[in-house]
Design a protein around this ligand. Structure first.
Ligand SMILES: [Mg+2]
Length: 214
């Protein structure tokens, strides 16, 4: 029996953000304030800011604080600008309602900011039981604690729950908790990449989940 389904947001319930461009803008800012590129070469966007801030703190605490504020605001600005031009995929509300009719608890776990989700999917409180955006958690995906926070809010066991996402980090986080992981092809990864990251199965999109999970 499935207790809960957790969804990633961008690339899963809504069109993807341009993450490579966002990362480039954050990397440019980080280099501009003097952080060596090798400090953040393999990191995701938010983690670049954490690493850059940490490195700068050892050089100049005031500059570090200024960089952190500037970089945090940069990603929020990018996210909100994208959100203003985005809506959820057609059919998402029907799919979520269909799962709910089967007594399944629903959650959203996203590295995006809460304000952007409120813009793209303002009705989310009527369709899902818990949203954990970047500003709601201390540990972000692929750290499984991001998903765990959502599962706790839903009162669901990981092993009886499903993680749905377009990102390798969604699959990795879900796998660590022994969730059933469904990769979807509406975002930034292809099937082989999602399988490699731990997907149990691959769907073209999430829109028929309420018909196919059982
Ligand atoms: Mg995604």
């Amino acid at each position: 029996m499935i207790e809960a389904v957790l969804f990633d947001f961008d690339g899963t319930l809504a069109p993807n953000l341009d993450l490579p461009d966002m990362r480039r803008q954050v990397a440019d800012l980080t280099v501009k304030v003097g952080v060596p590129e090798e400090i953040f070469a393999d990191l995701y966007i938010v983690e670049i800011i954490v690493a850059g801030h940490q490195w700068l703190t050892q050089q100049d605490a005031e500059l570090a604080a200024h960089y952190k504020r500037q970089a945090d605001q940069l990603i929020i600005d990018i996210e909100l600008a994208a959100a203003a031009k985005t809506t959820i995929f057609a059919g998402v509300k029907e799919m979520l309602s269909g799962l709910r009719e089967q007594q399944i608890k629903l959650g959203i776990v996203t590295r995006n900011c809460r304000a952007a989700i409120d813009v793209v999917f303002p009705q989310h409180p009527r369709y899902v039981d818990a949203l954990h955006a970047r500003d709601d958690v201390r540990h972000l995906k692929p750290d499984p604690r991001h998903l765990q926070d959502n599962l706790v809010a839903l009162g669901a066991q990981a092993t009886n729950s499903v993680m749905v996402g377009d990102g390798a980090l969604d699959m990795r986080a879900g796998r660590e908790l022994n969730m059933h992981c469904i990769g979807v092809l509406t975002g930034s990864n292809d099937g082989p990449a999602l399988l490699q990251a731990g997907a149990s199965e691959i769907f073209d999109d999430c829109l028929n989940l309420h018909k196919s999970l059982f």
